[in-house]
Design a binder for this molecule. Structure first.
Ligand code: SF4
Length: 113
């Protein structure tokens, strides 16, 4: 099996090839150790920062995101939690809206007075 990945760890965007044969993985195309680590994680348990919005009391929405990448396997569960949240202003960028949601905190991505 051969997989082609684009490393997103820095703007260089190296193209990384992962060849897997008999359970042995061979990585090529990365320019630094971060790239190899990215490819290894991407194969085993890909993770992403989740961005979305929560409801504001009185109307409107507040942009939020996780403060760390979460496993793609858990994204729907994270979204269920986010969709259940309603926040009251004032709130500042970086405020924790909900702690420890599948290993990350949900934080505000905007200041609302
Ligand atoms: S492999 Fe290294 S240099 Fe290439 S995109 Fe990833 S982090 Fe950047």
């Amino acid at each position: 099996m051969i997989r082609e990945l684009t490393c997103v760890e820095c703007p260089m965007g190296c193209k990384i090839t992962v060849k897997e044969e008999n359970g042995v993985k061979e990585f090529s195309g990365y320019s630094c150790p971060r790239g190899k680590m990215y490819a290894e994680n991407e194969i085993v348990d890909p993770k992403r920062v989740v961005t979305s919005t929560v409801k504001l009391v009185g109307g409107g929405v507040l942009p939020v995101k996780t403060d760390a990448p979460v496993s793609k396997k858990e994204m729907f569960k994270v979204m269920e939690v986010i969709n259940s949240i309603t926040v009251s202003a004032p709130v500042k960028t970086g405020d924790v809206i909900k702690e420890n949601v599948y290993g990350a905190n949900i934080i505000s991505a905007k200041t609302v007075k």
